[in-house]
Design a binder for this molecule. Structure first.
Ligand code: PEP
Ligand code: MG
Length: 537
């Protein structure tokens, strides 16, 4: 049995076989490592795994093509045991360099050294050095083939997952994610939560091929991954999983009930979605509407911007399925961890504070106008609202409103039917919260994005797993900004919701209700637990 710990993104239990997921590509960069011990351990494990793979290749080649051809894998295995090579890499790691980069640097140096030798045989070894270095780098970085090749649903073990990889995955085949990197506030974690997958991020596990197909348990309560559990552990956790499932089932008696406190205060409980398919889960969990449709997921995992027609079809499908319940579509919030190569966004050192979201839309109005046309055209099929991300000024809203008016005129001239569309903004920058008195005069609603509001207020990168222990999501500064936003909104009859992950934190539900929040928008998984919490106030 192997026990590893990580950070839980959803309290639940998954039991199934492991699928070791390797990416096709990654970018090799030098990073500063503080935990040298863990990095050395990671390197040693990768070397052992490379040796194991070479041994398998040797045996396979021996059986299929004969000893002479198989010999090369034996030579590679011997090179991988070379003390000088290994020690040079370890000494770079001891100087705080990440293992991938250290292997690349030392591999390149040795390869050049061989390439400069007089002896022809030795010169030819230059390529072999690069080959074995790449093998170790790929194991370290989890590079491989990214399709899930399994008939049954699996526990997906990966180095890290980007939102675009996650969105493209065959979700029916996944019971849980376990990643070595990643933070609980990343969009990948948010996606896992919305799919009701009890997953772990930042887990101290190695991506070993020997784990492929092994039985494992992800316990989101104890934040553990247990590989090869003995029979008694398997039984104990199967019982715990069944209890979790039956508790979730028992919440279903709240379907159809109001989100109302014992003293009669009503709060809307809406859902966050990322794609059309998520609406099924919204309806199953009795969400009152959609408080955040992260439209940028329509732009991920493809080679070009979705056309007006494609977007129109998606928004229309969501509006129709929601059958008159409100659907708040957030305009494109691309950038930071949500990347689309075809937009040609340049590398930025600080992308969370960079060229993203509304900044791109106002700078490249064609992209923005296409999306707005699609939303307004779809608005005839239900109750649509639009909100704009990353707002920092009144000026931005005025510019947005000018474009919106222009689009409406354009569509009216084309005789295209449109519904009434509420306009709102996300309050997710400290600037927006601080000037929420001014912003409230401009829009019909606010939706507080606590994920980004927390990152910018506390100056803690939400992607940085090393900072999670100091990321106090209940920080007084954040609660004050939320309270201030609600008060300022209400003074101007602007309703205020919360759509960041904090909305589902039931230890804060009473606080938010006391502050006067009008709507809480959460992953479908949390609708009923939140309804229960509201009804107990
Ligand atoms: C937020 O920032 O809280 C939010 C809801 O948006 P996202 O998580 O997509 O950045
Ligand atoms: Mg945000």
């Amino acid at each position: 049995m192997v026990k590893c710990t990580g950070k839980s993104v959803l309290k639940g239990i998954a039991i199934g076989k492991i699928y070791v997921y390797r990416k096709k590509e990654f970018t090799l960069v030098k990073t500063h490592i503080d935990d040298i011990e863990t990095e050395l351990k990671r390197f040693n494990l990768a070397v052992a795994e490379a040796e194991r793979q070479l041994e398998t290749l040797y045996q396979e080649a021996l059986a299929s093509v004969g000893e002479a051809e198989a010999k090369i894998f034996e030579v590679h295995g011997m090179m991988l045991e070379d003390e000088g090579y290994l020690e040079d890499i370890k000494s770079m790691i001891k100087n705080n360099c990440n293992a991938e980069y250290a292997v690349k640097e030392v591999g390149d140096t040795y390869s050049q050294m061989f390439a400069a030798m007089d002896n022809e045989y030795m010169r030819a070894r230059s390529v072999d050095i690069l080959d074995i270095s790449n093998k170790v780098i790929n194991i370290l970085a989890g590079v491989g083939d990214d399709a899930i090749k399994s008939e049954e649903p699996v526990i997906l073990l990966a180095d890290d997952l980007t939102p675009s990889e996650t969105i493209q995955m065959d979700k029916d085949k996944v019971l849980a994610f376990v990643t070595i990197h990643g933070s609980a506030n990343s969009h990948t974690a948010i996606l896992a939560r919305s799919l009701n997958l009890p997953s772990l991020v930042s887990t101290d596990v190695a991506l070993l091929d020997e784990y492929q197909g092994k039985m494992a348990i992800v316990d989101g309560f104890t934040e553990e991954l247990i590989i090869n559990p003995p029979e008694e552990v398997l039984q104990e956790l199967t019982a715990k999983r069944d209890e979790w499932i039956s508790e979730t089932e028992s919440l279903k008696k709240l379907i159809g009930q109001d989100n109302v406190t014992t003293d009669g205060r009503r709060v809307n409980v809406y859902c966050n979605i990322g794609e059309v398919a998520d609406v099924e889960r919204v309806l199953e969990s009795d969400g009152g509407g959609i408080g955040l449709f992260r439209s940028e997921f329509l732009y991920l995992g493809r080679d070009n911007c979705p056309t007006e027609e494609e977007q129109f079809e998606s928004y229309k499908a969501v509006l129709e399925k929601m059958n008159g319940k409100k659907v708040i579509i957030r305009t494109l919030d691309i950038g930071a961890d949500k990347k689309a190569d075809y937009l040609g966004l340049e590398h930025e050192d600080n992308p969370a504070m960079g060229y993203r979201a509304i900044r791109i839309c106002l700078d490249q109005p064609d992209i923005f106008r296409t999306q707005l046309r699609a939303i307004y055209r779809a608005s005839a099929y239900g109750t649509a609202a639009i909100m704009f991300p990353m707002i920092i000024s009144v000026d931005e809203i005025r510019k947005i409103k000018d474009i919106v008016e222009d689009i409406k005129r354009e569509l009216a001239a084309e005789d295209i039917p449109m519904g009434e569309v509420e306009l709102g903004i996300m309050i997710e920058t400290p600037a927006a919260a601080v000037i929420s008195d001014q912003l409230a005069k401009e829009v019909e609603f606010f939706s507080i994005g606590t994920n980004d509001l927390t990152q910018y207020t506390l100056a803690i990168d939400r992607q940085n797993q090393r900072l999670e222990s100091i990321c106090d999501t209940h920080h007084t500064a954040i609660l004050r900004l939320i309270q201030m936003t609600i008060e300022n909104g209400h003074k101007e009859n602007t309703w205020v919701g919360i759509c960041g992950e904090l909305a589902s934190d039931t230890t804060l539900t009473k606080t938010f209700v006391d502050m006067g929040v009008d709507e809480l928008s959460v992953s479908p998984t949390y609708v009923l637990p939140l309804r229960k919490a509201i009804r107990e106030i």
